[in-house]
Design a protein around this ligand. Structure first.
Ligand code: 5GP
Ligand code: ZN
Length: 113
């Protein structure tokens, strides 16, 4: 998607702090962290949200999350973490490219959006 900010990050057109990358996903640091550790798991394939996800995309995303579970130590998440994916503006989704928030450590904010 030409103007999608996360597609542009994935293509390297916009800088980001990359934590992990493979053929299916990119994990970056959130530019506006809401917790001590706030990462974003971005599937490389563009789709807006979990409702628009195809079965094949769901399988790929599940495999990405499974891979994440093996990276807990290197990501500094061994004391626990939350995974959050917002769908729609009413649920605080601001970027229409599916992403999973990975939140660890102390919250830095109580705000929902
Ligand atoms: P949403 O509100 O859609 O669930 O989450 C979007 C997230 O993307 C927000 O936490 C926001 O801080 C983050 N974000 C937006 N633009 C950028 C960017 O250009 N770079 C990075 N690293 N994060 C971004
Ligand atoms: Zn995109």
């Amino acid at each position: 998607m030409d103007n999608c900010i996360f597609c542009r990050i994935i293509r390297g057109e916009i800088p980001s702090v990359k934590v992990y990358e493979d053929d299916d996903m990119l994990i970056i640091k959130d530019v506006n962290p809401q917790a001590e550790i706030h990462l974003l798991l971005l599937p490389k394939e563009h789709y807006a949200n979990i409702v628009e996800m195809s079965d094949a995309q769901a399988r790929t995303l599940a495999a990405c999350i499974k891979k994440l579970s093996g990276m807990v130590d290197e990501l500094g998440l061994k004391d626990g973490f939350r995974l959050v994916s917002n769908k729609g503006a009413n649920a605080c989704q601001s970027v229409e490219h599916l992403h999973i928030h990975i939140l660890g450590g102390k919250p830095l904010s109580e705000k929902m959006c």
